[in-house]
Design a protein around this ligand. Structure first.
Ligand code: CP3
Length: 323
C-alpha cells in the first residue's frame, strides 16, 4: 500500500531529481526505491514501483502526473466514438521498462522477500479514462455505463485484454504474485457491479498464469465482498471499514484475506497502533491465510518511524502463531 512513497526521505530525494513518470520508466531507480523501502521497513514482501495508469499509454491515453494534482488524462473517453479510438494493446512490449524493473528488483531483493506485481482492475482504470483523473461522484463513468452499455463493455473488454498480457509479462519477468487494485469500485451498487464489472475482472483473473497467486483488492467494498470473491482471486483485500473476521466469514474461509488497518492509525501514538494491530490479528484468529496489511495507501505525511514500528509489532504479535 504505497510502501515506497513520499513519506520516505529516500524516496523524496530520488523524486527531487526525477519526475514521477520518468522514475517509473527508469528500471534501476524504480528497483532502488522498492528495495530501499522493503529493507528500511523490514516487510515480508515488496511491491514493484510502477503505477496502475501506465498501461493506459499504449492504448492512446495521454497521461500526465501534474504536480499537486495527481494524474490527469488529457483525452478522456466519454462516448462510443472515443471508445472506438482506443488502441487495442496487441503486445505489451512498450512497457518493457516495468519488466526490466522487476528483473532488477528481483535480483537486488533478498531471496526470501517475494516480489508482487500489480495492475489496476478494469473498473478503476475505466474510471480514470472516462473522468480524466480522480473523481468524487463518477458522473462521466456511470453515464457512459448506463447510457451506452455496449461502448462500456467494449472499453472494459479492451482494458481487460491488455491487463492479462501485462500481468503475465510481469510474471514472466519475475513477479511472484500479482495484485489487482480496484480502488474506486466501492462507488457502485452491487447490481451494477455484477452487470458492468464482474465479468471483466473475472476474465482478467481467470487468465493470469496458473500457479501465481492473485490478490484482489478494493476499497469501500463492504457491500461488494461476496461479488468480488465471485470475480476471483486467491486473496481478497479489505479496507478498514469492515471487521476482518466478519468479512472473512462472508468471502469464505477457503480464500485468503489481506488487511486491514486504517492507514491513519499510523498517525496515532504507538499504543494505539499496537491495540489496533492486535485487534486485527486477534480477529484473524490463528487461522492460516491472513496477510496483515493496511486497508489502503500510506499518506505522504505519515511518520516513517511509525511504519517501521508497526511492522515490528506485527511480527512480534504474530510470532509463533502458526507453530
Ligand atoms: O507501494 C508501492 O511502493 C508501489 C507503487 C504504487 C504507486 N501507485 C506509486 C505512486 C502503486 C501500487 C500504485 C497504485 C495506484 N496508483 C493506485 C491503486 C492504489 C490505491 O492507492 O488505491 C492508484 C489509484 C493510482 C493512481 C495514482 N498514482 C494516484 C491517484 C496518484 C496521486 C496520489 C497522490 O497522492 O498524489 C498516483 C501517484 C503515485 N503513484 C505516487 C506514487 C509513489 C506519488 C507520486 C509522486 O511521487 O509524486
Amino acid at each position: 500500500m504505497r510502501q515506497a512513497g513520499r513519506y520516505m526521505r529516500e524516496y523524496r530525494e530520488v523524486r527531487a531529481k526525477t519526475p514521477f513518470l520518468d522514475l517509473c520508466k527508469n528500471p534501476s531507480l524504480a528497483a532502488e526505491v522498492t528495495v530501499t523501502a522493503a529493507e528500511r521497513l523490514k516487510v515480508d514482501a515488496a511491491i514493484i514501483f510502477a503505477d496502475i495508469l501506465l498501461i493506459l499509454e499504449p492504448m492512446g491515453i495521454d497521461l500526465e502526473f501534474a504536480r499537486g494534482e495527481g494524474p490527469v488524462i488529457h483525452n478522456p473517453v466519454r462516448n462510443s466514438s472515443d471508445v472506438d479510438r482506443l488502441r487495442e494493446v496487441e503486445d505489451v512490449n512498450s512497457l518493457e521498462f516495468v519488466y526490466e524493473a522487476i528483473r532488477h528488483t528481483r535480483s537486488a531483493l533478498k531471496p526470501d522477500i517475494p516480489l508482487i506485481g500489480f495492475c489496476g482492475a478494469p473498473f478503476t482504470l475505466a474510471s480514470y479514462v472516462t473522468e480524466g483523473g480522480g473523481s468524487k461522484n463518477y458522473v462521466h463513468t456511470k453515464r457512459l455505463m448506463y447510457d451506452d452499455p455496449g461502448a462500456w463493455h467494449a472499453m472494459m473488454s479492451l482494458i481487460s485484454r491488455a491487463l492479462v498480457k501485462y500481468l503475465n509479462a510481469q510474471i514472466a519477468a519475475g513477479a511472484q504474485a500479482v495484485q489487482l487494485f480496484d480502488s474506486w469500485v466501492g462507488c457502485l451498487s452491487p447490481d451494477d457491479y455484477r452487470e458492468f464489472v464482474l465479468p471483466h475482472t473475472q476474465s482478467v483473473i481467470n487468465n493470469v498464469t496458473k500457479g501465481v497467486p492473485v490478490i484482489h483488492f478494493g476499497t469501500g467494498t463492504a457491500a461488494l465482498l461476496e461479488l468480488m470473491r465471485e470475480a476471483g482471486g486467491d486473496v481478497i483485500g479489505f479496507d478498514w471499514r469492515v471487521r476482518l473476521d466478519e468479512a472473512w466469514q462472508r468471502v469464505g474461509h477457503d480464500v485468503a484475506v489481506m488487511g486491514n488497518l486504517d492507514p491513519i492509525v499510523l498517525f496515532a501514538g504507538q499504543d494505539v497502533m499496537r491495540t489496533q494491530a492486535k485487534r486485527i490479528l486477534d480477529s484473524a484468529g490463528a487461522r492460516r491465510g491472513h496477510i496483515f496489511n493496511l486497508g489502503h495507501g500510506i499518506l505522504p505525511e505519515t511518520p516513517v518511524e511509525n511504519v517501521v514500528a508497526l511492522v515490528e509489532m506485527v511480527h512480534e504479535l504474530s510470532h509463533g502463531l502458526h507453530g
